[in-house]
Design a binder for this molecule. Structure first.
Ligand SMILES: Nc1ncnc2c1ncn2[C@@H]1O[C@H](COP(=O)(O)OP(=O)(O)O)[C@@H](O)[C@H]1O
Ligand SMILES: Nc1ccn([C@@H]2O[C@H](COP(=O)(O)O)[C@@H](O)[C@H]2O)c(=O)n1
Length: 467
């Protein structure tokens, strides 16, 4: 993943599936090399290269001992865990996070650790039996077969397996004649008939690889989304959606809003009022969590019929502005795990891009409070919610906390994800022609972190207003 990921879902919040390419062929025919060349040609970020080797079944100690003697057949179709492979591809298609096993050729076993893969625009799956299983084939948008001369494959395999896979010459030859060659003839070569395109000579066939790459580029372009532009053109209904919970308007709340909206407010004061406001929004959000009845004994030995928290909660900050609410969250929820999502606007298209995502490991078992200082078009919020959903969190366990929101943004979220609750301290009037919230409070992250442009205030004029 070399750059930000553009939206992988439409305005209804439904995922747009990645393009899945299957590449089969004999061992050392050039499947991996062709895959990497296609990736390079496509030049799009967020491409996942999945190898069939990751799905070798675990072996018994006896089988491992046989493998060390070059007597285990790794080239039989039954050597692979098609169920796990199918589920992994299915989840990648749905945009759901997957844990890919890591295979070690030297020890003939899976490592204890896995590789976490979340989301992709393109998935390339390569392996000797990539086109063997119908269920797996059915998930592919394009099927390729690399057809390289058997002598060339053997020469390459000898070199590679000695250098990289802990084998010696006689072992490679023994394994090749006993298992690899017969398996190619009996099981692998017959899958060529499922291929949409056959690539003779593998990587050397630059003409074929270029044609395939161009076709793929066109397919990807056709799937592109211009979410923010589409959303910005929406008519906004006067009635705010039911899943929006706005703090009760009280004079002291108004005073806090006045302080953070005032361009002359110093950074020191801005931080103070912003954090107060955050705590109020967090408290309102917490009221949405489930509680259980509990009886406790007070120091007077009487019983108090109370409530206690029934579910675990975590939060996810949409960096940078959402991180400004972390202090408020920590002061209200003891030891809350906080994840981070970095979403940035692509300067040329204005579309949100996902650059980074680190979430609590057990997020799917928790209620999730997403924090961002403001919701304008809702495009970034939609992306943040989609990421959380892709990590198996049910929609009704997501609560989006924000300080101010524009009507367009809350409608966008409500239309796509009606079960997500949004808590805002105030709803602003509209967006201006640059899609900034009006009246708004400027760039919240800049003002909070002190990277503010010069025009914001530096005096402490509001520090004596009684709070
Ligand atoms: N066209 C080529 N010319 C020279 N070496 C190649 C070529 N294609 C692949 N190789 C080398 O052959 C070995 C096997 O190629 P690889 O792409 O890993 O095959 P596969 O994935 O089908 O097993 C690798 O060491 C690779 O660098
Ligand atoms: N422990 C193992 C597992 C597999 N192999 C051989 O790998 C070949 C498939 O990998 P390619 O990258 O060549 O497609 C297959 O032919 C197995 O014989 C192995 O040697 N040891």
């Amino acid at each position: 993943m070399s750059a930000g990921r553009f939206p992988w879902y439409n305005r209804e919040g439904k995922p747009i599936e990645p393009f899945v390419i299957g590449i089969a062929g004999g061992s050392a025919s050039g499947k991996t090399s062709v895959s990497k060349r296609i990736i390079k040609n496509l030049g799009v970020p967020w491409v996942v290269l999945l190898s069939m080797d990751s799905f070798y079944k675990s072996l018994t100690p006896e089988q491992i001992a046989a493998a060390y003697r070059n007597e285990h057949n790794f080239d039989h179709p039954n050597s692979f865990d098609y169920e796990l492979l199918h589920q992994t591809l299915l989840n990648l298609k749905k945009g759901v996070k997957v844990e890919v096993p890591i295979y070690d050729f030297v020890t003939h076993s899976r490592l204890d650790k896995t590789k976490t893969v979340y989301g992709a625009n393109v998935v390339i799956f390569e392996g000797i039996f990539a086109l063997y299983d119908k269920q797996v084939r059915d998930l592919m948008d394009m099927k390729l077969f690399v057809d390289t001369d058997a002598d060339v494959c053997l020469a390459r395999r000898l070199k590679r397996d000695i250098a990289e896979r802990g084998r010696d010459i006689s072992g490679v030859l023994q394994q090749y004649h006993r298992f690899v060659k017969p398996a190619f003839d009996d099981h692998i070569h017959p899958t060529m008939r499922y291929a949409d395109v056959i690539i003779p000579r593998g990587l050397d066939n630059t003409a074929a690889i270029d044609v395939i790459s161009r076709h793929l580029s066109r397919q990807l372009n056709d799937r592109g989304v211009n979410l923010r532009i589409e959303i910005a053109g929406d008519a906004v209904s006067d009635k705010l959606p039911d899943n929006l919970l706005v703090l009760k308007p009280m004079p002291q709340l108004k005073a806090l809003h006045t302080a953070i909206r005032d361009r002359t407010t110093s950074r020191h004061d801005f931080i103070f009022y912003a954090e107060r406001l955050s705590r109020m929004v967090v408290e309102r959000g917490l009221a949405e969590l489930p509680f259980a009845e509990v009886n406790i004994e007070t120091p007077t030995k009487s019983t108090y019929a109370g409530k206690t928290w029934a579910r675990k909660v975590c939060s996810v900050s949409v960096v940078r502005a959402g991180a400004t609410m972390e202090q408020g969250l920590r002061s209200v929820v003891k030891d809350i795990p906080i994840g981070k999502i970095l979403i940035q606007t692509d300067p040329s298209t204005g579309e949100p891009q996902l650059h980074y995502c680190k979430l609590p490991a057990d997020i799917k078992d928790r209620y999730v409070l997403i924090s961002d200082a403001q919701i304008a078009t809702g495009a970034a919020a939609l992306m943040a919610i989609r990421v959380i959903l892709d990590h198996d969190v049910p929609e009704d366990r997501i609560i989006f906390l924000t300080l101010i929101a524009a009507p367009l943004g809350v409608h966008t979220i409500a239309n796509a994800f009606p079960a997500v609750r949004i808590v805002a301290s105030e709803v602003d009037k509209e967006l201006d022609e640059w899609l900034h919230i009006v009246p708004g409070f400027g760039n919240f992250g800049d003002r909070y972190f002190g990277t503010t442009d010069e025009s914001y205030g530096t005096s402490d004029t509001n520090s004596d207003n009684g709070y």
